[in-house]
Design a protein around this ligand. Structure first.
Ligand SMILES: [Zn+2]
Length: 304
């Protein structure tokens, strides 16, 4: 599998590893600047990250990961107070342990409501549960045959809404494009923008068009990135939900520029989409636009 090249990832060495008891041999925890924990799942293809933002009155958990192992005991090992939980968006790799933390704060959207009410069957994950997607095979607690994502209770949040954790304030920004319900969390005082899947150092997905993943929208994605580059100061760091934890502000600008090129049909340098980056859609119409340290995957039929 190509995703296993350069493994283990060098970028983890930049961060302070935290040893925990309840990692199930699966999760890894890192302490990031400004009192934020990153919890990651480096043994699965998705290499997903989620975040525990520590506050004086309560902590905010952004996403709950892939659900292959119990996560609540690990989170409680890191923080024994009240926890309020958010989803950056409703895709399977960020919501699978929601049932351990409900209600989940989400942006109101029909796709979200459907998944929250019904959960997701394993078929909705495409090839993501195939054993080759796992670095060392399945974790002990995963019964891949019978895996499914459970329904969860939601509470809706609005663009601009603020949550006061006691000594820090977190603002919700609605950032559609990757999917319609995408939000980012902005910690202005600590100069952190939690970007979800709207930006990370990897293949950004703007191509989805189905019930399980919702609908990506290139124009909206571009408008989101333009709005962010105008609103977010350049010394803010991006805390990302896949791969390396932290990226620079300039990646917001580069993403906006890349999307503008795609929308204007200036797509020289396209390449075939890497294995694993298509899910349930027709691979023939999917292209990948390379940028510096990341790429944008889009559906050419959405440009017409
Ligand atoms: Zn994701």
């Amino acid at each position: 599998m190509t995703w296993l090249k350069n493994y283990p990832r060098e970028y983890y060495q930049k961060y302070e590893r935290v040893q925990v008891q309840n990692d199930c041999g699966w999760y890894q925890v890192y302490k990031l600047p400004k009192n934020v924990y990153a919890i990651c799942e480096p043994q699965h293809f998705q290499e997903v990250n989620f975040f525990l933002i520590m506050g004086e009155s309560y902590a905010l958990l952004l996403d709950t990961g892939e659900g292959f192992c119990p996560i609540r005991p690990l989170i409680e090992e890191l923080y024994d107070g009240e926890i309020i939980t958010f989803n950056s968006h409703f895709h399977f790799d960020h919501i699978a342990s929601n049932h351990e933390f409900q209600p989940i704060h989400v942006f109101e959207d029909d796709s979200v409501k459907h998944v929250a009410e019904n959960g997701l069957p394993k078929e909705a994950l495409g090839a993501q549960l195939d054993e080759e997607m796992f670095q060392f095979g399945y974790p002990q607690t995963l019964d891949a045959e019978n895996f499914y994502i459970r329904p969860y209770e939601t509470e809706f949040v609005a663009d601009g809404e603020e949550f006061d954790l006691g000594d820090r304030k977190i603002q919700v920004l609605h950032t559609p494009g990757h999917s319609n319900d995408c939000i980012m969390l902005y910690d202005e005082a600590n100069k952190i923008l939690f970007t979800g899947d709207t930006f990370y150092l990897g293949a950004l997905y703007a191509h989805f068009d189905c019930a399980e993943f919702g609908h990506g929208n290139l124009q909206q994605y571009y408008e989101t990135m333009k709005r962010l580059t105008a609103a977010i100061p350049q010394d803010v760091k991006l805390y990302c939900s896949h791969n390396d934890f932290i990226a620079d502000w300039h990646k917001l600008q580069e993403t906006a520029d890349g999307l503008a090129h795609i929308l204007h049909g200036e797509t020289a340098g396209e390449r075939e989409v890497a294995v694993g980056h298509t899910y349930l859609e027709d691979g023939k119409t999917i292209s990948e636009y390379p940028c510096d340290g990341f790429s944008i995957v889009y559906n050419t039929s959405h440009l017409k």
